[in-house]
Design a protein around this ligand. Structure first.
Ligand code: F6P
Length: 319
């Protein structure tokens, strides 16, 4: 393979730049030309790309976001969009593509691989909701950002004897919620995987009050939502002033942690190795700390378990 493309797709995640850097430098070392494709699959469809050299990816390892920009591309879900992208690849001489993104982006990579352009996907999402891997790029940074913000909320909750209901991202996955909930000593964590009625939260707060605690953190995962309603109900039933905070997109930004930079570098390097062997329709990730690769369809059909034991730890020690 002499020329490859790299793009980021879906929601940005801290560490994507480190992955772009690893892909670019590994490929150049293997004597390949690298084209950076802008705005995800949109750039592929419209030919919006530029050649990357080793210096194009200098000074980005420490930066959040993605230097290639990103987007969710509806056009790529249809045959016409896929054919346009394939035609652009043929015209530009792109023989293989590295796609950094979440499971929506993987579907596109599988579809393009099936049409003759081999793609290797790298899991990049703060949600950590990709089943074939125990880790996705951006997860650690997002958790640390959420933890810092919840610590700040704790200061003000403590000063006012309030309950702070905090909604964290994760789409339908509660991994950010359970980990930050433990790290911040949340009195209760509600996720889609471990749904609990608000009455359970109220009962626990009331029991905890009897032990002399006056301020509370409740972490709610995005998929559960309703954080305003939950706060209102807690206030109505306990008399504790309650405030809801939705942390939102601030969790997606910021300088990536060591873990994200290293994971992104490993995955980027490995993805190029696979592509250079002519392999396509693969997704790379980690299992038991080891780097692995899977067929994309197989990866998409896998189910990720929720760590109920970790959840139990949280519930057993935070009251
Ligand atoms: O997948 C990453 C994520 O940040 C989710 O946690 C969240 O549900 C979603 O993206 C938000 O998407 P958008 O940036 O399009 O609002």
């Amino acid at each position: 393979m002499k020329k490859i493309g790299v793009l980021t797709s879906g929601g940005d995640a801290p560490g994507m730049n480190a992955a772009i850097r690893a892909v670019t430098r590994t490929a150049i070392k293997m004597n390949m030309t690298v084209l950076g494709v802008f705005k995800g699959y949109n750039g592929l469809i419209h030919g919006d790309m530029k050649q990357l050299d080793i210096r194009s990816v200098s000074d980005i390892i420490q930066k959040g976001g993605t230097m290639l920009y990103t987007a969710r591309c509806n056009e790529f879900r249809f045959e016409e969009g896929l054919q346009k992208a394939k035609a652009v690849c043929l015209m530009k001489g792109i023989e293989g593509l590295i796609v950094i993104g979440g499971d929506g982006s993987f579907r596109g990579a599988a579809d393009l691989s099936a049409r003759g352009i081999p793609c290797v996907a790298i899991p990049g999402t703060i949600d950590n909701d990709i089943s074939m891997t125990e880790y996705t790029i951006g997860f650690d940074t997002a958790m640390n950002t959420a933890m810092e913000l919840i610590d700040k909320l704790r200061d003000t909750a403590q000063s006012h004897d309030r309950c702070s209901v905090v909604e964290v991202m994760g789409r339908h996955a509660g991994y950010i919620a359970v980990n930050t909930g433990i790290a911040c000593g949340a009195t209760y964590i509600i996720t889609e995987e471990m749904p609990h009625p608000v009455e359970d939260v109220i009962e626990r707060i009331q029991n905890t009050q009897t032990t002399g605690k006056h301020h509370f953190i409740v972490v709610v995962s995005e998929g559960v939502g309703n954080s305003q309603d939950i706060a209102k109900k807690i206030e109505q039933h306990t008399g504790i002033e309650s405030r809801a905070t939705i942390l939102g997109h601030v969790q997606r930004g910021g300088t990536p942690t060591v873990r994200d930079r290293v994971a992104a570098s490993q995955l980027g390097h490995y993805a190029v190795e696979l592509l250079s062997q002519g392999l396509g329709n693969r997704v790379v990730g980690f299992q038991k700390g080891e780097i692995v690769n899977y067929d994309i369809q197989e990866a998409l059909s896998m189910k990720k378990g929720f760590d109920e034991r970790l959840y139990r730890v949280a519930m057993d020690i935070s009251f």
